[in-house]
Design a protein around this ligand. Structure first.
Ligand SMILES: [Zn+2]
Length: 73
């Protein structure tokens, strides 16, 4: 049994800044531009630990925000 990632993204917020998340392939990405943390998904469970999250480059983040479907809209 697995919950699809889009459903997780609607339930969760970025633990670092409480912003919304988008799904990009198999990662979750924070929607807040100053934050830009990405969260890995392991065994279908998102790892929502800001300690383990890595910020992504501004250009990559912008590209993800453009192609990602925002949740809760
Ligand atoms: Zn964030």
């Amino acid at each position: 049994m697995s919950i699809d990632l889009q459903s997780y993204a609607q339930l969760l917020v970025c633990p670092a800044c409480q912003s919304k998340l988008v799904v990009d392939g198999h990662i979750f990405v924070c929607c807040a531009e100053p934050c830009r943390l990405k969260y890995e998904v392991k065994d279908d469970i998102p790892v929502m630990l800001s300690d383990e999250a890595q910020p992504i480059a501004p250009e990559e983040w912008a590209a993800i925000m453009q192609r990602a479907t925002p949740v809760n809209l």
